[in-house]
Design a protein around this ligand. Structure first.
Ligand SMILES: [Zn+2]
Length: 390
């Protein structure tokens, strides 16, 4: 058992002990014996010896749960839950719920905690039914139930239900849920596209933009749809908006944008767009795209000059990699074997590096996630900036 968790449990036990002692004193003024205190010490002994099942039994038996001790029991349930002992936490919460003396707010809190237990145990149906029931009550804590319900639907990937709940939260909580809603509509749109239902997909795109007009993800999806339908100019228009919506996501749009420009026969237009982006933020993806365009349009030496100048100002590993590749292909100033060696090294270094990271919790990886797998924030995972990134 981790020391901090054990310390927490003992603290909880001491708090329970305080209440027991206090109640005991009140009773002793009447005609009761000191039985409760004895039970308490037996329970504490079990707890210290990590026989937590027995400890819970003794504590629960020892105590008539009343309005003064519910918070302590909730804390105990939460400690078990944090330690991953979900079953014990469920027992504490179920026992609390069986008490008729709970106030309405206490009953709501205990049910929220129990739903959380069921979610962590993977019993999503049970969590869902409690939370739906709570979300129908006109209660101060209702938004908390709705937020938990959202997590259940996210885990089940039931995006339409998640969207219904988020629409309710948006009315009271505003902007944050509008941004999340755009992601839910995008999730549904991706499913519609897989089923080749383009009418539904279009409707979902409109819904996503109506909630978050700066949704990069929606622009990417729409850009891909326009491209697949052969509307290259529309695709270009949509994809170029991304540099205004959030320029740090712009690298994601470049491969498709280049193809769309190719189809319209206007690579010069692509160059002009890259030039504008370069002025705004000289990222590696833009620099490399521009370099490759220059190789095709103006020849190798211009491309090498451009890239060398850019790397002087904005040195990145991927840029260096590109330069070595280019020089090896076209000029060969350095002995090939040396260049090959350097290239292998930089390749290897790049292979080991994560490409995306979460600005919220620091999670990083090689794959793009619209919802961070660690902290579950939407849109927080972005391409990494700096020397080893963009
Ligand atoms: Zn995160």
């Amino acid at each position: 058992m981790p020391d901090i968790a054990l310390l927490g449990l003992i603290l909880a036990a001491i708090v329970i002990g305080y209440f027991l002692g206090w109640r005991d004193q009140r009773k002793r003024r009447g005609d009761d014996s000191g039985q409760l205190s004895k039970d308490y010490f037996v329970g504490l002994n079990y707890l210290i010896n990590e026989q937590t099942d027995e400890a819970i039994d003794v504590f629960i038996k020892a105590l008539d749960i009343n309005n003064d001790t519910v918070d302590t029991y909730l804390a105990l349930g939460s400690l078990f839950s944090k330690r991953g002992e979900v079953e014990k936490s469920i027992r504490v919460h179920q026992d609390l719920l069986a008490r008729p003396s709970l106030t309405s707010i206490q009953s709501f809190q205990v049910q929220l905690a129990l739903a959380q237990n069921y979610s962590s145990a993977g019993l999503l149906d049970r969590a869902e039914s409690i939370l739906i029931d709570l979300s129908r009550q006109n209660h101060d804590l209702r938004d908390q139930a709705l937020k938990q319900l959202l997590r259940v639907y996210e885990q089940e990937r039931e995006w339409d239900k998640a969207a219904d709940v988020a629409e309710r939260l948006r009315r009271t909580r505003g902007e944050y849920f509008a941004i999340i809603l755009a992601h839910y509509y995008c999730e549904q749109c991706e499913i519609a596209l897989k089923q080749n239902d383009r009418v539904t997909a279009r409707r979902l795109i409109r819904q996503a933009f109506s909630r978050d007009k700066n949704s990069v993800r929606t622009s990417l999806l729409l850009g891909q749809m326009e491209f697949d339908e052969g509307s290259y100019k529309e695709a270009i228009k949509v994809l170029q908006r991304i540099s205004v919506q959030d320029i740090s996501f712009m690298p994601l749009s470049l491969p498709l944008l280049e193809k769309a420009f190719e189809h319209t026969g206007s690579l010069r237009g692509f160059g002009a767009y890259l030039g504008r982006c370069l002025n705004e933020r000289p990222g590696t993806a833009v620099i490399i795209s521009m370099t490759r365009l220059l190789v095709r349009e103006s020849g190798e030496s211009q491309a090498v000059n451009f890239l060398t100048a850019q790397l002087d100002r904005h040195p990145t590993l991927r840029g260096l990699n590109e330069l070595i590749d280019l020089r090896r292909q076209f000029q060969g100033d350095l002995p090939d074997n040396v260049l090959a060696l350097i290239h292998r090294l930089t390749d290897r270094m790049l292979e080991l590096k994560p490409v995306f990271s979460c600005g919220h919790c620091g999670f990083s990886g090689k794959e793009m996630h619209w919802q961070c797998p660690r902290c579950h924030n939407w849109g927080a995972v972005k391409p990494i900036q700096g020397f080893e990134g963009e």
